[in-house]
Design a binder for this molecule. Structure first.
Ligand code: ZN
Length: 655
């Protein structure tokens, strides 16, 4: 984070901050923080009783070099310290045997608006944000999570929220003061803004929205009601929500972020109609996974996969869209170049492209495969155990696995090691299919193959059999490259398929994997072909970057131009000239369009002029999981997937 150095006098201003709260059931460091949004200025006073913490951890702090330190004192006596350009404040004497109160007073002017897309902290008239893990207070990154109290004071009529539960507050004359307590704080966050506060009770928990007035009128109640429902639901499933308050605060940045006791949602995000039913639930569930049980920063980030599975995926399941969601995840994976494929345990963060597949989709599929194996009850019991044992502590994969293993007789470790540690995925094939009539029923014989390089995967494969009486699922253990499978049915079987409902994280076969537009976004080596007056910059709205020009007919390419030029380019290469050639039933209107050319690693974006193509490119940001995006009725484009034959194989008699 880049702070502008602020060297004005600090002394007079901190006297006004309230003294440490007297309800001392929580003992640990305290932070008094005063924020002036109109001046983009902050002042802080960090205080800790040496006997309450391991004093040796108080000799060295992270503090942004742009922050001016006013004084460092032990029981009122100045302590000598050094600052380094890379952000350390170090005391010159050891504190191990010392007692007393250590105080650090500091202040800074900070940027008054977000700088850059991911930027650091800022404080201004539109809002402010001091992110976790940034050095806006004396932070001890190596310290275990510990009790923490924040006394927050915000001027200029703004309000604020900090990590933890809000335990007291006061408004007077444009000055807002509140106290937040965290029983096991780690990296603290603060947000401020010109907000309209509305609070409602949900059982024991106070739910608050902090939205600008217009958004409060339109959406406040919906967000509070939905948050209350999520907190009740997840508390029932996983153990009680771990804070006394939950706040949904609006941010000028286009974000969805979760912190202990609050979530930040962008002012442009809040009005999107699906957010209260999807992302909000995901952010609430991070109160259990991520900001309740912390992710050990030394290991992989397990929290996004588990949160996606227990929130987003369950919502899809309840809407009857679970299979479609799994299919979309596996088609995205099929579009990922092998060089970009990462094991789940390598995921640290990021929510787009290859990182999303490794962290969110691989993770959610891992939990689905575990649920299919050990059952929903054991899975939820494991989750409850993980939360109960690791709340406000840093859990690594080993801790996660142990919690789930205790709820079942199975040895789960090889399963987790495989699905967190390996990149790649199995590719399955059914061969030598035969149907035999037996004395009491029918028999299907087949060979089940794994067609991937390296060690075979250990799998429980759902083999689906369509019989004259309906569908049956037969789970088949497979841990070798090939095995014979015999399935018995009472009724005459008609057709067989391996995992047609995508319950395994696996490579799709050619018969179930239509080309999709995202293949161009997922390939870092994608190249551009610009025809006529088309310019490379037109794709920036989709990819967030401008790839190089293609110098050959090899590799993934995006072809940009008008319809005539792109059709000619495709015809010259023996490819279908437009989407109507691929699918004759598809009505293709004359407007701008994007489509993936089947089997060619080519995505075409065509339209009469640059503006039309740029609009299509922008629409692709949220619709590239389809095969095509064509002009539709009104504003909504027509989207869809190329038809594929699927994986069902009909049985022929062998009598
Ligand atoms: Zn998340």
């Amino acid at each position: 984070m880049s702070w502008r150095r602020w060297l004005c006098g600090l002394v007079c201003l901190l006297a006004s901050v309230g003294a440490a709260a007297d309800a001392d059931h929580l003992s640990g460091p305290e932070l008094e923080l005063v924020l002036w949004p109109e001046q983009a200025r902050l002042e802080g006073r960090f205080q800790v009783e040496l006997q309450q913490v391991d004093a040796a951890t108080l000799e060295r702090f992270r503090l942004d070099p742009g922050i001016a330190v006013d004084k460092v004192e032990l029981d009122g006596e100045a302590l000598a310290y050094t600052r380094s350009d890379d952000g350390w404040l170090e005391l010159e004497r050891a504190l191990e045997a010392a007692r007393g109160t250590l105080v650090i007073r500091y202040g800074a002017r900070i940027p008054d608006a977000p700088r850059g897309p991911r930027g650091g902290g800022y404080l201004g008239t539109d809002g402010g944000f001091l992110p976790p893990g940034a050095d806006w207070y004396p932070r001890r990154p190596a310290a275990e999570p510990h009790p923490f109290r924040v006394h927050l004071e915000v001027m200029d009529g703004h309000l604020g929220v900090a990590s933890g539960s809000r335990v007291a507050e006061q408004h007077e004359n444009g000055r807002y003061r509140a106290t937040f307590e965290h029983p096991g704080g780690r990296a603290l966050a603060v947000a401020t803004g010109p907000w309209e506060p509305v609070t409602q009770a949900a059982g024991e928990v106070e739910i608050r929205t902090l939205f600008p007035a217009g958004l409060e009128v339109a959406f406040g109640e919906l967000y509070r009601e939905q948050a209350a429902a999520y907190i009740e639901r997840f508390s029932d499933e996983l153990g009680a929500y771990p804070f006394a308050t939950f706040t949904i605060a609006a941010s000028p940045q286009p974000v969805g972020l979760a912190f202990s006791g609050f979530t930040l949602l962008g002012t442009q995000v809040i009005p999107l109609p699906f957010i209260p039913y999807t992302s909000l639930g995901h952010e609430v569930l991070h109160s259990w996974w991520g900001t309740g049980v912390y992710v050990d920063p030394a290991g992989g980030n397990w929290s996004e996969g588990l949160t996606t599975f227990l929130a987003d995926y369950q919502f899809k399941r309840e809407a009857g869209e679970a299979r479609a969601e799994r299919g979309q995840w596996l088609r995205d994976y099929a579009a990922l170049p092998p060089t970009e494929d990462r094991p789940h345990a390598a995921f640290r963060g990021g929510n787009a492209g290859a990182a999303r597949i490794a962290g969110y989709h691989r993770g959610a599929m891992l939990w689905l495969m575990l649920e299919d194996w050990i059952g929903r009850e054991a899975l939820l019991a494991g989750a409850r155990r993980l939360f109960a044992q690791w709340r406000f502590r840093e859990a690594d994969w080993d801790a996660v696995i142990t919690a789930f293993e205790r709820e079942t007789d199975q040895d789960l470790r090889p399963f987790f090691e495989q699905w967190t540690g390996r990149s790649g995925a199995p590719l399955l094939e059914l061969a030598q299919l035969q149907r035999e009539a037996g004395e009491a029923g029918w028999r299907v014989r087949a060979e089940l193959h794994q067609r991937v390089p390296g060690e075979p995967w250990m799998l429980r494969v759902p083999l689906e059999v369509e019989t004259e009486a309906g569908r049956e699922t037969h789970w088949v253990e497979l841990d070798q490259a090939r095995r014979e499978v015999i399935v018995e049915t009472a009724v005459r079987p008609l057709a067989v398929a391996v995992d047609p409902d995508w319950r395994l994280f696996r490579h799709l076969t050619a018969g179930e994997s239509p080309d999709i537009l995202r293949q161009a976004a997922l390939d870092p080596r994608v190249r551009l072909v610009t025809l006529g007056d088309a310019r490379a910059e037109e794709v920036a709205a989709w990819l967030g970057r401008v790839p190089d020009a293609a110098d050959s007919d090899q590799g993934t390419r995006i072809v940009l131009g008008d319809h005539t030029a792109t059709s000619r380019w495709l015809r010259e290469r023996g490819l279908p000239a437009d989407p109507g050639v691929v699918e004759p039933d598809l009505e293709v209107a004359s407007g701008p369009r994007a489509w993936a050319v089947p089997g060619a690693a080519v995505v075409v974006i065509s339209g009469t002029d640059a503006e039309a193509r740029r609009e299509v490119a922008a629409a692709l940001r949220h619709r590239s999981h389809y095969s095509y995006l064509l002009p539709g009725q009104g504003d909504a484009p027509k989207t869809g997937l190329w038809p594929v034959p699927g994986v069902w194989q009909e049985l022929n008699d062998d009598e």
